[in-house]
Design a protein around this ligand. Structure first.
Ligand code: SF4
Length: 309
């Protein structure tokens, strides 16, 4: 389906209010696409990230993703006719100047003198290349987003709170929705497409439950390869997906109640910061932080050392 938001009938003045860090703080335990994916791949990793909240190192690849997302978001602040590839490149350095102030970012480029400048330069050039590739996939002068980095959330009838941020949401004058996500990694092989679409179906479910409209298109833009993956969900599929999320959530609640989060070794372990605490690598996890979990609104049957509300 073609959305007229891209084909010459731009909507105006529909950018959402920007969200702040305070806005994004969950009010109670909630499920996001990335945390659901964590639990599916390794329950212990979910625990370390969501309950223990253990710090993790930033990576250059992840920070480059953040930088490219920031540039593409700011690109749409410009008047439509000015959203050129050259204009996008001028946004890279200011976006980096902001990003480098965040904790742990500047340190990524702490190589010995001499190498440092060249390394950073090459890294910024690679970010610029990803931004340039974006223009092979879309013509931003013909798109007027309805939302960018938009928080979408819904509470399902059983109380499960779903929350996530959509990179871009386009709404056609007909009301048709398109959900767009920018990926700075490579396009997944066919076997991994379902995994890639998990996040998009999550957003589609939340939008369906909040707006009553099934998104006409879910679109993943792979900037490394200059390729796109599109998908059109239907209502029956979103209903099934909702049941899948409810099953994941029930498993998470059981794990929190008992403190039993199993390690699940996989090739993802290569990127995990917590191997030293992981039984699969000979480590021992710290005691389950039942007090912190209860304070964050989780139900647990484990004994608490401090009174919580
Ligand atoms: S190292 Fe692997 S098994 Fe252990 S917590 Fe991390 S992802 Fe899970």
């Amino acid at each position: 389906m073609t959305l007229t938001a891209e084909t010459g009938t731009p909507e105006t003045d529909q950018a959402p209010a920007r969200t702040t860090a305070a806005d994004s703080a969950p009010r109670r335990p909630s499920l996001s696409p990335s945390r659901a994916a964590d639990f599916k791949s390794c329950p212990l990793l979910y625990r370390f990230r969501t309950i223990d909240r253990l710090p993790e190192k930033k990576s250059r690849a992840a920070v480059r993703g953040t930088l490219v997302h920031a540039v593409l978001e700011k690109l749409y602040d410009l008047p439509a006719a000015e959203r050129t590839a050259a204009a996008a490149q001028t946004l890279v350095t200011p976006a980096w100047d902001e990003l480098r102030e965040e904790p742990g970012v500047a340190e990524l480029f702490g190589a010995p003198e001499g190498e440092q400048a060249e390394s950073l330069e090459a890294w910024l050039a690679s970010a610029g290349q990803l931004v340039e590739t974006y223009f092979r996939l879309e013509d931003p002068t013909r798109i007027q987003p309805h939302g960018r980095e938009e928080l979408v959330e819904v509470t399902l009838p059983d109380g499960l709170l779903l929350r996530g941020y959509v990179d871009r949401l386009d709404v056609a004058p007909t009301g048709a929705l398109r959900v767009v996500d920018y990926k700075t990694g490579g396009m997944p092989r066919e076997a991994f497409e379902a995994k890639a679409l998990f996040q998009m179906k999550f957003y589609a479910l939340v939008l369906w439950r909040t707006r009553g409209v099934v998104a006409a298109q879910l679109k993943l833009l792979y900037l490394k390869d200059g390729d796109a993956l599109t998908y059109a969900p239907d209502e029956a599929e979103l209903l099934r997906f909702e049941r899948t999320l409810q099953a994941i959530w029930a498993a998470i609640e059981r794990a929190v109640a008992t403190g039993d989060f199993r390690a699940n070794k996989s090739r993802l372990c290569s990127w995990c910061d917590h191997q030293a605490l992981c039984p699969a690598f000979g480590g021992t996890p710290p005691p389950f932080p039942a007090d912190a979990a209860a304070a964050a609104g989780w139900r647990t049957t484990l004994p608490l050392t401090a009174a919580t509300d």
